[in-house]
Design a binder for this molecule. Structure first.
Ligand code: PEP
Ligand code: MG
Length: 571
């Protein structure tokens, strides 16, 4: 048996078979050419196999994630059925001797050039992205490489990867995943958030696993400890028995906690704390409701955009309205698109940035791509008539951005009104996730209806440390007094202006941090679905006056270690 230590990204215990997620090497020698007839035969065979692969993915996704996801692949299948497209590649092979691979790449480049001269709109960007995917698939098949996709997984897979991005996992076959192990990635990286939303264990920052684990190895993940995770590979009979007992014990304790899910989240001395769930889709909401969610404090809408498609107004409206209806009057905070950083939307074809976390992200990108933003705003305003929808803007770093976003909300409303479409302007809030927003919390909460602290980014920007880089994870100090002081400042300003402040970053679900947050005046916690029952249980065991004492002390300390040591004894 081999073991690997890692960082706890999402708690739990699981066992399964390793599925190694690694993009295949698509390099080849262009001078090794067969006769043109043979190259054309290879091409046609590859087209047929590519079609079959897409058909399998389409069926699998329709089953696990809903029909609409399956349809995304239908567009790519249509490209493979297009005889003119295939003939263009064959003509290239005939033109002068070329490998089928070279011909595919040349035809793709020609189309990419053509598209670059067309109108820069989301429809064209989507078509080019589909074409790119199809050509890569055909190329890989021509080179005899296996498809490495998360869209179709063997049962009980533990996904092992160097790193996982939202674009990799958006189309993941969720029903067959048991857990995740990645070499890279920090505690609040995408895979950590995804794993928590699926209530699955994940270990990140486990260097070397890719070189030591092979497909179908037995992997057991023990991620019970907040401080460290352990990955066991091919445990022998005795060890496996012990680990199976651990898994069973963990499952039983979770079941016990689940009994708390419908109790009120109120402290022993009667202070109500709104407890909400973080979601990325309607499916996540259904899961969260299973854990007792009555409201949503963060709907990450960019997840609707990461799977390859650019949903238009009607499709978005349906999703937001469905979520509002499912909550039956419960608060639903929808965050407008937070693209950028590590969230790449392929269909938008945005230029690569040197420093994406400080780049065109969140509200900045939406203010620049006004049509994209207005489409989402119209969908939100229409959905707002179906429930208690509130809208918040990510990555705000000045009052001006909030005002500009609000003006666009008014513009979207005017357009709907002119067309006689039913709509409502919902309360507008701001995410506090830049130091500037914390410093300006007073000004922001005079104009916004509420603020919600995105502590994942707030920590990253207050401490100037990349949240996704495991190499510097020791600098990503979740319990830094600097971060708590930014939270204190924000909560105080909101209170002064008669508004509420919440926390929707991962810190909000951290049992050691919760008494501090509540003591600092945070009124709402939005946590990952699976953390809801334990958070209710904890809030019900707390006393507000004691939380205030704890918070005051924690904020006054000098180092993260001091804070952690203090909380270990005080909480
Ligand atoms: C945050 O930054 O804390 C947050 C909730 O947003 P995201 O994790 O999606 O960046
Ligand atoms: Mg954020």
């Amino acid at each position: 048996m081999k073991t690997f230590p890692g960082l706890t990204a999402s708690p739990g215990v699981c066992s399964g078979k390793a599925y190694i997620f690694k993009a295949p090497d698509l390099s080849y020698d262009p001078s090794r050419i067969e006769a043109p007839g043979e190259e054309k035969k290879r091409l046609n065979r590859a087209f047929g196999l590519a079609f079959e692969e897409l058909d399998r993915i389409k069926d699998s996704l329709s089953g696990s994630m809903g029909e609409e996801y399956g349809h995304i692949f239908r567009a790519q299948m249509t490209i493979l059925e297009d005889d003119d497209f295939r003939r263009e590649i064959e003509d290239k092979i005939d033109e002068s001797p070329r490998r089928a691979e070279t011909a595919v790449e040349e035809v793709y480049k020609m189309y990419a050039l053509l598209f670059s001269e067309m109108e820069d709109n989301s429809y064209n960007a989507q078509r080019l992205a589909d074409l790119n995917d199809v050509c890569k698939r055909v190329l890989r098949i021509l080179l005899g490489k296996e498809d490495v996709t998360l869209s179709v997984l063997p049962p009980e897979s533990v996904v092992i990867a160097e790193e996982l991005f939202p674009s990799d996992t958006a189309m993941m076959d969720r029903k067959n995943v048991r857990g995740f192990v990645t070499e890279k990635g920090g505690l609040t990286s995408h895979v950590a958030i995804l794993a928590k939303s699926l209530s699955l264990p994940a270990a990140v920052g486990t260097p070397g696993v890719m070189g030591h684990i092979v497909k179908d190895d037995t992997v057991v993940l023990d991620v019970r400890d907040y401080e460290k995770a352990v990955v066991y590979v091919n445990p022998d009979g005795e060890e496996q028995k012990k680990l199976a007992a651990l898994e069973e014990d963990y499952r039983r304790r979770r079941e016990e906690l689940l009994k708390m899910k419908d109790l009120e989240s109120v402290t022993k001395d009667g202070h109500a704390i709104t407890l909400s769930a973080n979601i990325g889709s309607v499916e996540d909401l259904v899961t969260a409701q299973g854990f007792g969610a009555k409201s949503v404090g963060l709907f990450r809408t960019e997840f609707l955009f990461l799977g390859g498609g650019l949903p238009q107004e009607e499709e978005q409206y349906q999703v937001y309205a469905e979520a509002a209806k499912k909550l039956a009057g419960g608060m639903l905070i929808i965050r407008t698109l937070d693209i950028g950083g590590d969230k790449e939307v392929k269909a938008l074809n945005l230029p690569k940035e040197e420093n994406p976390f400080l780049g065109l992200r969140g509200i900045r990108l939406c203010l620049k791509h006004e049509e994209l933003f207005l489409t989402q705003l119209r969908a939100l305003l229409r959905a707002a008539v179906h429930g208690d929808i509130r809208v918040m803007f990510p990555m705000v770093s000045s009052v001006l951005e909030f005002r500009q976003a609000r003006e666009l909300v008014e513009k979207a409303a005017a357009k709907l009104a002119a067309k006689g479409v039913e709509h409502k302007i919902p309360p507008l809030g701001v995410m506090v996730e830049t130091p500037a927003a914390a410093f300006l919390a007073d000004e922001l909460t005079r104009e916004a209806s509420f603020v919600s602290m995105g502590t994942n980014d707030l920590t990253q920007y207050v401490l100037s440390v990349d949240r996704g880089n495991e190499e510097i994870s020791s600098y990503y100090r979740t319990f830094s007094p600097a971060v708590f002081r930014a939270i204190a400042m924000t909560a105080r300003a909101a209170e002064k202006n008669g508004k509420w402040a919440g926390v929707c970053g991962e810190l909000g679900g951290n049992p050691q941090a919760i008494p501090v947050l509540i003591g600092l005046g945070v009124k709402e916690l939005s946590v990952t679905a699976s953390a809801l029952p334990q958070t209710i249980a904890q809030i019900r065991s707390l006393d507000m006056s004691r939380c205030r004492e704890i918070a005051e002390k924690a904020v006054s300390l000098a180092t993260e270690d001091d804070v952690k040591a203090y909380l270990r004894t005080a909480v």
